[in-house]
Ligand binder design. Structure first.
Ligand SMILES: N[C@H](CCC[C@H](N)C(=O)O)C(=O)O
Length: 258
């Protein structure tokens, strides 16, 4: 039995993807997963995702951060696993699947995946920042001159400094000239800046609306690795029908040796 893996990227957030419908992947081995994700000693990725069977939906998504531990919801990973399920011919244009934060609906057209995210009922206001859970915890802070901002240093400091042992993903955002927003994210579990974070992009869009920085409920958010679009409905400070849309691509196929 060969240990075939695929690699996917969604706006530069990259994942090792394994078809684990036969249940043979040793997912309790966190050290092995961290090694596979390591960019020098392994395949190299921001995370590893297993596609597994589920009884009531099309498939189950099991997501591990690059540190080898199971993470909370990953929006870009969710978009990539929809593309993977389409490639494996498990789904056609539309799907419903289960992830750690519940059931998600999605559609795929060409290489563009639109993923329905969990509803957000609470936006916490912090000094100079907002905090919310879009499937994963996100701190959102506006900064000036995002391009030259030290995301790794500030993100690493705030990740534990403000949020304790459990930590949070830390997002920095600045309005751009096109009426959208630019984002850079420090990711918990990767412990570094990534090129894009889907649940973070979602948090940015809701935050910018919450703060009155835009009146649109379709918002373009540009990450370092590509552009995403978030649409949503707002009702008395609660957000529903949240969709994260953008490209998800298969970029590599190989065999893992362990
Ligand atoms: N890259 C992911 C976020 C992963 C969340 C993870 N870093 C955690 O907090 O467990 C995304 O596209 O939404």
């Amino acid at each position: 039995m060969k240990n075939i893996f695929y690699k996917y990227q969604g706006t530069g957030n990259d994942f090792v993807m394994v078809d684990n419908r036969n249940g043979q992947f040793p997912k309790e081995n966190n050290a092995l997963i961290a090694k596979i994700c390591h960019r020098r000693f392994g395949v190299g990725s921001d995370g590893l995702i297993l596609l597994e069977n589920d009884e009531t939906t099309d498939f189950r998504m099991v997501y591990f951060n690059a540190d080898g531990k199971e993470g909370s919801m990953c929006g870009n990973g969710g978009r990539c696993i929809v593309a993977f399920a389409h490639f494996l011919e498990i789904i056609k244009r539309e799907t419903t699947f289960i992830a750690v934060d519940g059931v998600h609906e999605a559609t795929i057209i060409g290489e563009v995946v639109s993923l329905k995210m969990a509803d957000v009922s609470e936006v916490k206001e912090k000094p100079n920042a907002l905090f919310m859970n879009t499937g994963s915890p996100h701190h959102v802070q506006m900064v000036k001159d995002l391009k030259s901002f030290n995301v790794v240093k500030e993100g690493a400091r705030m990740r534990y400094g403000i949020y304790g042992e459990k930590g949070s993903n830390i997002n920095f955002v600045e309005a751009n000239a096109e009426g959208g927003f630019d984002i850079r994210t420090y990711e918990r579990g990767v412990e570094d800046e990534t090129l894009s974070c889907g649940t973070g992009v979602t948090a940015i869009a809701l935050s910018m609306y919450h703060l009155g920085n835009t009146k649109n409920n379709t918002i373009a958010v540009n990450a370092l690795g590509g552009n995403l679009e978030v649409t949503f409905q707002e009702n008395q400070g609660s957000y529903s029908d949240i969709y994260l849309k953008g490209e998800a691509k298969q970029v590599f196929k190989g065999e893992m040796l362990w």
